[in-house]
Every structure is written in structure tokens, then in C-alpha cells.
Design a protein. Structure first.
Length: 190
């Protein structure tokens, strides 16, 4: 039996490192990566089956919960898929209101939880500001320290002016950049 002299450059599907395969069907660089991939696949399949079982078990309960206005913490866990501790933390921070009717009888308004999961609508002004931020290049911007040196202002004063006049700023690495044109208008105008 002869050996193949083929060396096909490939990338391992598990560790994503390059290796040379001897066949076209090789997917992993080693047996270890193949075993890890197999275990991960089986784990995901098991989790998926468990989720399906939970859904089948609670289908009737979920249907009933959809009609009720106030639900318990356990029912919120089933309905929204968040942990009990998260719900209790939201109650403690007063993000959502609750009524405690006795030991283990905390009730939550379902609409308040639904509001937490509703999509966030971005105003047109915020869209325009984010577009403005994208227009400026790094060469056309000052850092906060450059502004304070050039105009002899305290960095905290510069930050307050930037916030007050809603000047677009962007943090890149350790520095905050603001457009030169906007800063010059404000500080030279004063």
C-alpha cells in the first residue's frame, strides 16, 4: 500500500489553525480537535433536545400565561427565559414593579417585562449624530488634551463644553477625539 504525497493546505474547523491535510475530506488537524468537535456537537444536540422537552412540557402553561396580566417569578422565568435572580435584581433596582402577597407570592405585571424586551427606537437626531461621527477622520480631530493645551482650558472644562454643545466625540484606544472644526468654532468664538 502506497502513501499519498499530497499536502493540501487547510484550516482546522475546531481550532482554526492551518495544517496540511493528506486527503480532501480531512476537516481537523488532529484526533484531539476531531474529538472536541464531536463532543461539542453532541452537547448542542442534547441541549436542543432538552429545550424541546421543556417547551413540550410547558406549552399549555405558556398559553395560559399569555392571557394573564400578573405572573409569578417562576412563570416569568418560563415565559421570558431569564433567571429568577435576574428578575429579583430588577425588582430590587425598581426597574420593574412587583407586589408581594406573602411568602413566595411575588407577582409581576407581564407588560412591564415585555417593555424591557421591546425594540429600542432610535431618534432621527441620534442617527444624524452617529452619522456625523463617522464623517470625521482622525487627522481632522483633536484629543481632549490637545484642546486643553491649545486653548488653555482645564480638561474637565473641555469635557463640559463638549457635552453642553453636543459635539460628536469618539473614543479610539485611550484617547477621545473631537472634530477640530467644531471645537474651533466654540473656543475661538468665545
Amino acid at each position: 500500500m502506497g502513501f499519498s504525497n499530497l499536502k493540501i493546505p487547510k484550516i482546522c474547523e475546531q481550532c482554526e489553525k492551518p495544517f496540511e491535510a493528506k486527503t480532501m475530506t480531512t476537516r481537523f488537524c488532529s484526533h484531539l480537535c476531531a474529538d472536541k468537535n464531536y463532543k461539542n456537537r453532541k452537547k448542542k444536540e442534547k441541549e436542543l433536545k432538552e429545550r424541546e422537552k421543556v417547551l413540550e412540557k410547558y406549552v399549555d402553561k405558556i398559553a395560559v400565561l399569555q392571557l394573564r396580566e400578573f405572573i409569578s417569578v417562576g412563570e416569568a422565568v418560563i415565559l421570558f427565559g431569564i433567571s429568577k435572580s435576574t428578575i429579583h435584581r430588577l425588582i430590587k433596582r425598581k426597574v420593574i414593579r412587583s407586589v408581594n402577597l406573602g411568602e413566595r407570592l411575588t407577582r409581576i405585571n407581564k407588560l412591564e417585562l415585555e417593555k424591557l424586551f421591546s425594540p429600542i427606537i432610535i431618534d432621527e437626531k441620534e442617527k444624524q449624530e452617529s452619522e456625523l461621527r463617522k464623517k470625521y477622520k482622525k487627522e481632522d480631530c483633536y484629543t481632549i488634551s490637545q484642546v486643553s493645551e491649545k486653548f488653555g482650558a482645564n480638561p474637565s472644562t473641555v469635557n463640559r463644553v463638549i457635552d453642553k454643545f453636543k459635539i460628536p466625540k469618539e473614543k479610539i484606544g485611550n484617547f477621545v477625539y473631537v472634530p477640530k472644526s467644531e471645537i474651533d468654532k466654540i473656543f475661538i468664538g468665545k
